[in-house]
Write a protein that binds this ligand. Sequence first.
Ligand SMILES: NC(=O)C1=CN([C@@H]2O[C@H](COP(=O)(O)OP(=O)(O)OC[C@H]3O[C@@H](n4cnc5c(N)ncnc54)[C@H](OP(=O)(O)O)[C@@H]3O)[C@@H](O)[C@H]2O)C=CC1
Ligand SMILES: CC(=O)N[C@@H](CCC(=O)OP(=O)(O)O)C(=O)O
Length: 351
Amino acid sequence: MNLEGEQMRVGILGATGYSGAVLFSLLTQHPQITKIDLYGHANREPDRRRSLVDEVPAYSNIHAQLLPFIPQTIMETDDCLFCATPAGITKDLMEPFIAQNFPVIDLSGDYRLKDPLQYKKWYHKEPPAEQLLTKADYGLSEFLNHPKNYIANPGCYATATLLGLAPLVLEKLLEPDSIIVDAKSGVSGAGKKLQPSNQYTFINENAFLYKINEHQHIPEIMQQLHKWDPTIPTIHFTTTLIPVTRGIMATIYAKAAPQISVAKIQEAYLHSYSHSPFVRLRNETFPTIQDVKGSNYCDIGFNYNPQTNVVTVVAVIDNLLKGAAGQAVQNFNKLYGFEETTGLPALPSFP
Ligand SMILES: NC(=O)C1=CN([C@@H]2O[C@H](COP(=O)(O)OP(=O)(O)OC[C@H]3O[C@@H](n4cnc5c(N)ncnc54)[C@H](OP(=O)(O)O)[C@@H]3O)[C@@H](O)[C@H]2O)C=CC1
Ligand SMILES: CC(=O)N[C@@H](CCC(=O)OP(=O)(O)O)C(=O)O
């Protein structure tokens, strides 16, 4: 759909969470959006009096009341809904919107996997109905064309991993059974809920490898990789919590396919991303998390070691921007035919 020049009214469910709050701040800068409605829990009495500022004191100049979440009213009021609620809860909340083909950008994991059994296995929850899953598109922006009205925004680790791997997998430059991903995340990746691993006394000056072989982003990474190369049997994937607030660094290792060269690797990245405004190629320099903080960029660097025949790729993103709210706005722009970069920061926050 092309609404270039139109003014739009959008809703956010989950604006009191980390990614929802960042989304709100981005959408206030979006030139195509004139009004943002914020929705709280439908049946929770205090939500009827709650304002955004009660949960996000940083936005003390904004007086935005949380409205009750009533799907029919939202569909009559807004043009599009952004949903930033936890996995497991989201699938039921979004059912009425899918049923009426109402435009939704969903930041949760509930509609990313096409196979309900995979959802059950990795999320340990009841999956959405299979016919609803067919109505959603997996929204890795750089590879999303003509999206359906329901966009399932990718996970943060999955975004960095897939963008780092895509060109090499598409051009068959890696041995398919040799991919290892060592991904690190800042603490905001876990959301605002307090958990033992999020406590300052635990994570400060520390690092914590968690969910080994069990991370819920493994199946969405495999689902997308199989579209590019069905011969990849699996990947080895680890996630480590590190003491930064925002940011993901995915370090990827794989054996090179025969006849590889630095020039071929460079060409593959250029070929995949020459029209992607949010992927910055750093070639043989490795990017840092600080290079992308506060932006929607994914920066990618690589190295080829002829002695070991191993390719190392480093992909960094801000988990709350390119890993969540930023990519959601990018997908919104793609859905409505706006310039992909509309409403998104041109530069990271530096220093
Ligand atoms: N944090 C990140 O880096 C990323 C997060 N995501 C995904 O985005 C979603 C949001 O994550 P995040 O911002 O971290 O989470 P938070 O825990 O920080 O926020 C969750 C939000 O959901 C709201 N909420 C929970 N239950 C309901 C309900 N039944 N009805 C209405 N609102 C509800 C909460 O409201 P209340 O304030 O009332 O509790 C809060 O606003 C999750 O699905 C997450 O997996 C995806 C990529 C990256
Ligand atoms: C640091 C941290 O705990 N990160 C979360 C990522 C959560 C997330 O991004 O949620 P989605 O599954 O919706 O993508 C985790 O590893 O589970």
